[in-house]
Design a protein around this ligand. Sequence first.
Ligand SMILES: NC(=O)c1ccc[n+]([C@@H]2O[C@H](COP(=O)([O-])OP(=O)(O)OC[C@H]3O[C@@H](n4cnc5c(N)ncnc54)[C@H](O)[C@@H]3O)[C@@H](O)[C@H]2O)c1
Length: 319
Amino acid sequence: MTDSAELTPRPAIAVAGCAGFIGQHVTHRLLTDGYRVMGADNFCEDLYPADDRRRAIAAMSHTENFEFTEMDLREGVPAGFADCSIWINMAGLAGQARSWEIPDAYESANVDLAATLFEAAQSRGVSRFIHASTSSVYGEYAEGDEDQPFNPCSPYGTTKVTAEGVLTAAASTTDLVILRFFSVYGPGQRTDMGFFKIINAALDGEEVPVHDRPGLMRDFTYVGDVAGAVLAVMDAKVSPTVFNVASSEPTSLDEALDLIDELTGGTMRRRFVPTPHGLQTRTSGDTTRLRAATSWRPHTPLRTGISNQVAWQREMQSR
Ligand SMILES: NC(=O)c1ccc[n+]([C@@H]2O[C@H](COP(=O)([O-])OP(=O)(O)OC[C@H]3O[C@@H](n4cnc5c(N)ncnc54)[C@H](O)[C@@H]3O)[C@@H](O)[C@H]2O)c1
């Protein structure tokens, strides 16, 4: 006998910022799991070039169940978003260093966009809105659970604190789930991010710039595990709340560099450069709350994740 549940197509999900690093992984995962995805992105280039994102979306546009609209989400939402009872906001401007240079753009992309999108979601009766936030809301030392106080040390972190506050204050009819991601890495990583630059320099035999401040630690979190967390909180049984999304295995930058060196051929040359102002010193996320609320667990050890990213960057270089 055919199970009628098998005949019921999975619902449509709206993904804002679906062309971005994390947005692409979330979109792939949703499509693989049988959901329809209504995606939107404006291929913003304030942080890094959009050529690869455009190619990725062009390749995906032939995928059944995927509908893409190029548009600025501060100005409205695609008509197809109205069919979606869950909206996922992966759109915005990430990166601490760049936020000192263009703080107004960060304010607009992270606060105005989130507020406009959330208002549109509530007015369309959306049941759940999942919003990407960051460990940067905690500031220089992001160590512990979700009750750590806000203490951002960059304009980026400040805009993400404001966005969380605005959405929380506005939430009335739509469940709001906020996810605070910790240092996401893996294939597709933004070209402005540390691992991407270090791996490319190591593969090219160029000197690798290394921050001169000792003791830097990061809770590196694999992008596939992050996408898994997003899907885990789509479940209606999760109460609207805030969750850390981290591997909970903090690693020193030295250790990460050694691993990258080993996985790129063992000939890395390091050059110490001044550590930019506003960089986090230590991050280590406690994910007890997310583990208790869902069956989500991070599965990807750092060695496997870096190996996947190195393979992806090797392939990109050979194109
Ligand atoms: N990558 C990380 O390590 C990390 C860590 C913590 C939090 N986050 C958060 O996760 C989210 C996604 O980060 P990412 O690394 O994938 O960044 P990304 O820049 O790769 O993706 C963001 C996407 O949003 C789109 N976008 C920006 N402004 C837009 C607008 N006005 N209209 C439509 N689309 C717009 C961009 O074009 C881009 O494709 C961000 O909110 C970021 O703050 C990322």
